[in-house]
Every structure is written in structure tokens, then in C-alpha cells.
Design a protein around this ligand. Sequence first.
Ligand code: UDX
Length: 471
Amino acid sequence: MNITLIGSGYVGLVTGTCFAELGNQVVCLDVDKRKIDLLNSGGVPIYEPGLQELIARNAAAGRLRFTTDVQDAVAHGDVLFIAVGTPPDEDGSADLKHVLAVARDIGRWMQGFKIVVNKSTVPVGTADKVAQAISAELEARGHSPNQAGPQDGNIPSFAVVSNPEFLKEGAAVEDFMRPDRIVIGVPGSEAGNRAREAMRVLYAPFNRNHDRTYFMDVRSAEFTKYAANSMLASRISFMNELANLAEQVGADIEMVRHGIGSDPRIGFNFLYAGVGFGGSCFPKDIQALIKIGQEHNSRLRILEAVNEVNDRQKLVLTDKIIRRFGDSLKGRHFALWGLAFKPNTDDMREAPSRAIIKALVERGATICAYDPIATEVAKQCLAQDFAAAPELLKAITYSDSHFEALNSADALVIVTDWKSFKSPDFSEVKARLSEPLLFDGRNLYEPEAMAELGIEYYGIGRSNGHQESLT
Ligand code: UDX
């Protein structure tokens, strides 16, 4: 099939490349010329395991190309995926200006029947707005679009479909190639039936062993994305609250996690207490769903709490450090492992490390940070975070080696659960730190093992390391 991805960011690039890998002819469009030039010269603007090789292979095979030419891109695709950003407005709602601008572009240039697929995470009802925007452009061109029936020949007609993505950063190629479900919302019209058939063919390679596709109405598909992310984020905040209480009562959240996860109704995934969730999806989507609830007079109290708990959780590690060293951290120096919001990505959006670094530096501490790949992105983000007090940026240095970052630090602070942090040579860790002291925001180690190694250890919700709050 001929496919166009409008928006070559994270979702667009992964989706387009993976569809090309399956044998489709794919064009990825972006308004950012630098990004398209980079892609055309073999570069990749984001870090995602496996993506670079896949892009190179499919571009070389002539199945994948990149362009800034809207007319060309719209003409190419029988299926046009909208995969542009929906950043939060000031009030938290998803800003649809990019999505609707794309819809207008499609209306301006399209010929014949097009299936317009929304991949961006958008409020319920957005497909209707996209359809209206396309129709308005077609009317301006002198056509009277009729969504109910695709016409023959070059007379423009279309169906707007919702196909939310559930890709996890750092595992996006794998998630795309082995989806646990494919959610497709189609309108109940003749054009919708035609779109449903085309989507079935497009996704057929994923359904060979068993059908993973859930066809539904458009609004339910739009809602499903928000519901999934809200459910997952709620689990994390709930576990984080339980972890904080576990510390108070002398229970160990890791034991509790095993104890509850073994119930198949609960399951083991997404039960890890830590320093809170970040990234481009959870915080933004939760805000947006809260706003949708308010607009429809159906307040989502649980989600409001999920957010509040998460904001607070980003600072629990700092609280522990302050309890250990006192309120002023002047003269204290910390090694910090992990800047990205999670492993296998250089994404720093809403990363807990930003809140932690800010809190420590504002109290007078200095930091040497190490991250396997996010350092350059982190420097830019921290420059924004410290825009009001840029002199404080001098307190943050970066190291290319996780061991060198430890040199003469008063403690090691672990923020991201990169695999390479899981079994360090602890004798080396101890030798380099000025004190054997470890604040672990991801519960990577066992408190007993740390005690045996002579390391003073603070995890999240762990009882048997230091029951500081019990005394
Ligand atoms: C998420 C959804 O998983 C994905 O389906 C959706 O399409 C986009 O949002 P992503 O943001 O890439 O994906 O990251 P994910 O792996 O889900 O982790 C989100 C955050 O939750 C991270 O900050 C992670 O550290 C945190 N997390 C995750 C926990 O704190 N505990 C857990 O048990 C799991």
C-alpha cells in the first residue's frame, strides 16, 4: 500500500519505518527541513533502539523516503497518517492546532479517496473536527464532500479513522512489530466500511496467528488511548503512595509487589515504586483527560490525585537526602546516575531527574551526572529549567563514565533504571565515593546486600535498609 506519515517525530518515524519494513511504500513528511535533511543524509533525529538500521535498510530499498513537500506527500498516500504533536495548552488541554493544520493541508491537496488516520493522542471528538476541516477546504475548492460514500475517480472523498499508538519509548520498534492490540475506530458509513477494509489489509501481517485488531467506533478508539495511559499512571502513583506508607510501617514494597502481583487480576507489570513517572505521554495525557472531564462536568478525582502524587514523588529522594544531610546542602557533592525519564531513551520530557537536580542545586549542592545517552538533551533541558538563575548551572557537571562521576561524591543518587547500573562493581563504587552512601530511586539493589557491603542504602519503600522514619 502507499502510505504517508504526516509528522516525522517519534510516532511518525517509527510507524512509517515499520510499515516500510513490511513492504509498503512509505513517505514521511515534516515541516522541519533540518529534520528531513538529516533523515535524507542517513541521520536519525531521535534515539530509538533498532530504528537507524531499519531506516537505512528501507530507504536503500526505495520503500521509504522523506520530504517537506506537502502536495507530494498527500498525493502519495492512499492512507494518510496524522502523527503530529498535541502539546498541552496552558490549561492542560491537548492543543489541536497542528492536527487541524494537517487536516486543512490534506483538504487542500487531496484527489480521489483518502483514508485519514489519526495517530496523535487527541480528545474524544477530534476525528469530527478533522473531517470538518478537510470538508471546509474541499468546499473552498468547489467540491461538496460526502463522507457517506466514496466517489469514483479523482473526486475527493475521505474517511477519518482513529488508530491510537501504544508504543513505549525505548521499545517502540519491538512494540510496533509485536503489538498486543491494534485499536481502530472507523465511522459507520460507506466510506468508513471502505476504510475498515483497507486498515484490515494494512495490519494483516500482525494478525497471522491470532487477530489482535479491535474495530470500534471512532470516539471509543480516541478514548481508549487516554484510558490506557491513565490506568497505567494510576498504578504507578498508587504503588508510590503504598511505598511511602510501607516505609512508615516497616513493610517492604518489593515484598508487597510480589505478594499482590501474583494475583492474575493485578499482574506484575507496572507495579514498580520509584521517583515517579515522566515522559511525553503520561503527564500530558492525564492533564488532558482531567480537562476533558471538567469540560463535560464529569470530574476525574482519581486522576487529579495521580498527578499530585506524582509531582510529590519526584522529590522523595531529595527528602531522604535532606533528612540525611540537613536542609542546607552547601558544600555537598553528589554523583547522579541516570538523566532520561526512563532507560533506552534520551527523552528528558518531565524527567524526574530535572526536579531532583533543581531541588539539590537550589540547596547549594553540586552534582556530577552520568547518563548513557541523554546528556546532551539534558544540558538543553536544564538550561531552560535554570533560565531564572543560570549561574546555578555551574553546579552541574557531566561525566562520560559512571564510575568517574562518583569521584569524591558524598553519595550516589540513582534516578533512572538503566540496565548498566544493575550490577556495578561495588568495591569500585565505594572506593570512589567519599562516603559509602547510596540513594536509589529505582530500587535496583537489595538492602540486605548493601548492608553486607557496608553501604548505607536508601531505597523507595524499603524497610530493611534504614527504617529512619520508624525512630
Ligand atoms: C507510555 C505507555 O506505556 C505507552 O503505551 C504510550 O503509548 C506512551 O506512554 P512511555 O512514556 O514510553 O510509554 O514509557 P513507559 O515505559 O510506559 O514508562 C512511563 C513512566 O513510568 C517512566 O517514567 C517509568 O520510569 C515509569 N514507571 C513505569 C514506573 O515508575 N513504574 C513502573 O512500574 C513502570
